[in-house]
Design a protein around this ligand. Structure first.
Ligand SMILES: [Zn+2]
Length: 375
């Protein structure tokens, strides 16, 4: 059953659990089309890009014991029945991150991988509380990440924004203290977000913290409507001033909310492989992304925690294309939505838009895929 769930999560010939670059592009023109498409990623947790290989390397470097003997054994544990299962493993893995250099190495590995995957702009999340609670200095976390972002822009032209997320289940006081600590590094941050266990921690709890952050000029996003009900999406908009909703797939349960999101052009950062892995939806064929798109919602595709969920950004595009039979125009709309939803200045946005337009005009039209879905 578990093996079957995994099979269904990534498709018959989809990427293996480590995702990314092992599906031979030469066999399927759609894979090449999606990978070469210039993409913007808006929902990506840096800690969720920690591949087992790097986890073992950092564990060795820092003398941190792991309960898995091998990379394969660790990957074998990546079968989750719900968000809580995943989070336990995620926090365990994050314990190998201890020094400024560790955060640099983690971020650099993601950025280079993303660039090779066609990502041209990335807005990345980090969870400082996961690290400060273990005695790691906030400065080391933010400095290591920032240094990697700066280097990636200089070396690759990959631009980025850094968004600091509060862990809902760590409570309001901890979030407020984290924000206070972050103010020393205000210039390195673009926004704040809210993640981790959703149910039981409605957005309203964090209204004061978000008001303080917005008063300091930080943008606001929040995870809502993943495992939590549509009311949490409303709460994120009304109480937190969220400009984008991370996930938001359960918004569809509330037609009035859908109308509001469409009218306000509120972007939703949907993470298809994550949703299947965490059983938010039973399989990719029943993922609501296509319905969301056809409802007029500003939907984007993202990879969330790709090291744990079986695929990076192209893998997510490919999975929804295959599972839902999306056409070429819909794939380009998803990519264009992310350009419009990015927290960039208009110059950068125009450049990202132009690159995508050129690609749409010049990229070879994918022939019919083996599964029968053409683009
Ligand atoms: Zn997330």
């Amino acid at each position: 059953m578990i093996g079957e769930m995994r099979e269904r999560a990534t498709g018959d010939s989809g990427p293996p659990p480590h995702g990314g670059d092992s599906e031979p592009a030469g066999h399927d023109p759609l894979v090449a089309f999606v990978r070469a498409m210039p993409k913007v990623e808006l929902h990506l947790h840096l800690e969720g890009t920690l591949e087992p290989e790097l986890m073992f390397e950092l564990a060795r470097r820092n003398g941190v014991p792991l309960r898995f003997a091998t990379v394969e054994e660790m990957r074998g544990a990546y079968d989750f029945s719900a968000l809580g299962d995943f989070l336990r493993l995620y926090y365990e893995g994050a314990a190998v991150l201890q020094t400024e250099r560790d955060f640099y190495d983690l971020s650099r590995a993601y950025l280079h991988r993303a660039y090779a995957d066609g990502v041209r702009h990335a807005e990345v999340f980090f969870d400082p509380q996961t690290h400060t609670a273990r005695g790691v200095a906030f400065r080391d976390v933010v400095s290591g990440i920032h240094r990697a972002l700066v280097d990636a822009e200089a070396e690759l032209g990959l631009t980025s924004r850094l968004i600091m997320c509060f862990l809902r289940d760590a409570g309001v006081e901890s979030a407020a203290a984290t924000l206070t600590e972050a103010m020393e590094y205000r210039d390195l941050l673009t926004g704040v977000g809210l993640d981790s266990t959703e149910v039981g921690y409605p957005p309203e709890l964090f209204a004061g913290v978000f008001a303080t952050a917005r008063a300091a000029g930080l943008r606001a996003v929040a995870h809502a409507g993943e495992e939590g009900p549509p009311e949490y999406v409303r709460g994120a908009l009304d109480a937190l001033g969220a400009e984008r909703i991370d996930h938001g797939v359960r918004s569809l349960e509330d037609p009035a909310l859908v109308r509001r999101l469409v009218r306000g052009r509120v972007p939703l950062t949907v993470c298809p492989l994550s949703n299947v892995r965490l059983k938010v939806v039973p399989d990719m064929e029943s993922h609501p992304l296509r319905m969301m798109l056809e409802s007029g919602l500003v939907v984007t595709v993202n990879s969330d925690d790709p090291a744990y969920f079986g695929g990076y950004l192209s893998d997510n595009f490919r999975a929804v294309q295959r599972g839902l039979g999306l056409d070429r125009a819909q794939l380009l709309t998803l990519a264009a939505n992310a350009v419009e939803a990015a927290f960039v200045d208009e110059g950068r946005r125009a450049r990202l838009r132009a690159d995508l337009d050129v690609y749409a005009e010049t990229a070879p039209l994918g022939a019919a895929a083996p599964g029968g879905h053409g683009v």
